[in-house]
Design a binder for this molecule. Sequence first.
Ligand code: PLP
Length: 395
Amino acid sequence: MGSTEGLTGPLADYECTAITTAPQIGQLNPPHRLLCGPGPGNAHPRVHAAMSLPEIGHLDPAFISMMEDIKRLLRYTWQTNNEFTIPVSGTGSAAMEACMANLVEPGDKVLIGVNGYFGLRLSDMASRYGGVVVQIKVPWGQVFSFEQIKAAIEEHKPTIVGLIHAETSTGAAQPLEGVGQLCHDHGALLVADCVTSISGVPCHLDKWGVDAAYAGTQKCLSCPPGVSPLTFSKRAMDKLMAREDKVKNWYLDMKMVASYLVGGKGATRSYHHTAPISMCYAIREALTIVAEEGLETRWARHREVAEAFWAGLAEIGLEPLVAKEHRLPSLTTVKVPEGIDPKVVTKVFLDKYQIEIGNGLGELAGKVWRIGLMGFNSRMDNVAVLLACFKDALA
Ligand code: PLP
């Protein structure tokens, strides 16, 4: 027993106990699962191999050159020429929060499309940074029409418009064609959540006029979570650089991070935080695989595999929630039939077959399963296995 004598704060009430027994828990041995839920999906074996390579220092010229490769590959993957295109240290929510922390200034009106769980999260983040949030809504599983977005922009005159390109809670793909131009015509920036679309669903950020986009690595990139793609257009950077106040989040202050990961012409990189080296290896390898396959081929593969899955679902009497024209190839929400307990089914998948599928989230909890066929896992053999497991679990 230690002594608490002399302490006056909350610790004074506690006895200090030395931990004398070293836990003996053995070597880590996680189960081998096929991850076909909303994410993470299984990482590509080449990504795992890259993560086990020896570390280098984060200011080593070799690291800086690798960071340039990652930025170049990310620009290709997202079809953008934005100079500021980086892997943020942290999961998708960190890149999401980076958008709101840097682009929302106190009092800015932020129009957010809420058609699922992640629109709500984006609204929460915007309001925490002083944004005056206005939400437009359609039922979960549906998407916003161009006219609905236009009418809302004309009515509310926002500074920032936030839309979820791929709503992982519903499986809906929000069309973004023309939306950037619409925002710019009204003096607004367009922010897009591409967490479940990057590399699995066509993303043409420059063509669509997207000013800020964020993503995750654990979905169609087939890389474990830990770093997250983020890009800002010149318009977005101009808004950030014109800020007179400090960004209210030290870790995600992209002015400071830019001097670390981007630098200027000939400028040296200055330390901000220690980038997660092995995760940078991982995203570099994942993006290299995307480039080797080619975007068009990769998008077509995701679609072809999803189409086969949807056809197979129909054959066993199961129905996707989202209308086909707005359905994401990377993530399908499947309606739970009357009288079935969805959690019993997900448990059969996990316990009997070592397969993870997702339950519904938020408003759709208990109403749908969420099935991800993303990146490395977007394959016909997985379609066959999933359909067979559904048949068994529902028999
Ligand atoms: N946005 C969407 C659409 C997502 O699907 C997710 C995660 O699934 C996030 C944001 C947050 O990403 P993360 O869980 O990696 O922090």
